[in-house]
Design a protein around this ligand. Structure first.
Ligand code: S3P
Length: 174
């Protein structure tokens, strides 16, 4: 693999689960950015938002992505907000391909109904919150070179679709 593959999409799109499977197929490393930020900061993402603020989380996320992008090519799953922060996607353009795992807010809400680990999703009206995030971010997500429908089929099927789309994309630019 010559370029990094960065998976973007809403919380609940399956970036981490699918990313791990894609990396296994491509025989390369997988990095879950939230997990590394949590390890480095010694706190959960929710605690970072609460104690240090979202802006501080975004700086950690941006800097860590820059660091990972300098390493050997692999599969990377940043949090759902990374691609929408001005400058992040442009800064990663050289040396990486973006794949957007597209899901509707309805599907994401169903998947996240029992998960309370995301500070931007209070759960008061999960569907509305996800609709709002998608509204704000869809244009950034859609700048991805690859778009995969991530709501039908198992994570294995979505991972296969990502690998197939990546091969088509690589053939088309060679
Ligand atoms: C966020 C998504 C989360 C995490 C943080 C912020 C967002 O990651 O980075 O809670 O802004 O959408 P997932 O997309 O993996 O849930």
């Amino acid at each position: 693999m010559r370029q990094h593959l960065i998976l973007v999409g809403l919380p609940g799109a399956g970036k981490s689960t699918v990313g791990r499977l894609v990396a296994r197929q491509l025989r390369c490393d997988f990095t879950d950015v939230d997990t590394v930020v949590e390890e480095r900061m010694g706190r959960s993402v929710s605690q970072i938002f609460q104690e240090l603020g979202e802006a501080s989380f975004r700086v950690q996320e941006r800097d860590l992505m820059r660091e990972i992008l300098r390493k050997a090519a692999g599969v990377i799953a940043p949090g759902g907000g990374w691609a929408a922060v001005p400058g992040n996607r442009d800064g990663a353009k050289t040396g990486s391909v973006l794949a957007y795992l597209s899901v509707t807010p309805e599907i994401a809400a169903a998947r996240l109904a029992a998960d309370h680990s995301r500070p931007l999703l209070t759960g008061k009206d999960l569907l509305q919150e996800l609709r709002h995030l998608l509204n704000e971010r869809e244009a950034s997500y859609r700048t991805a070179e690859i778009v995969v429908d991530a709501e039908r089929g198992s994570p294995e099927i979505v991972a296969e679709a990502v690998v197939a789309a990546l091969r088509c994309y690589a053939d088309s630019v060679e």
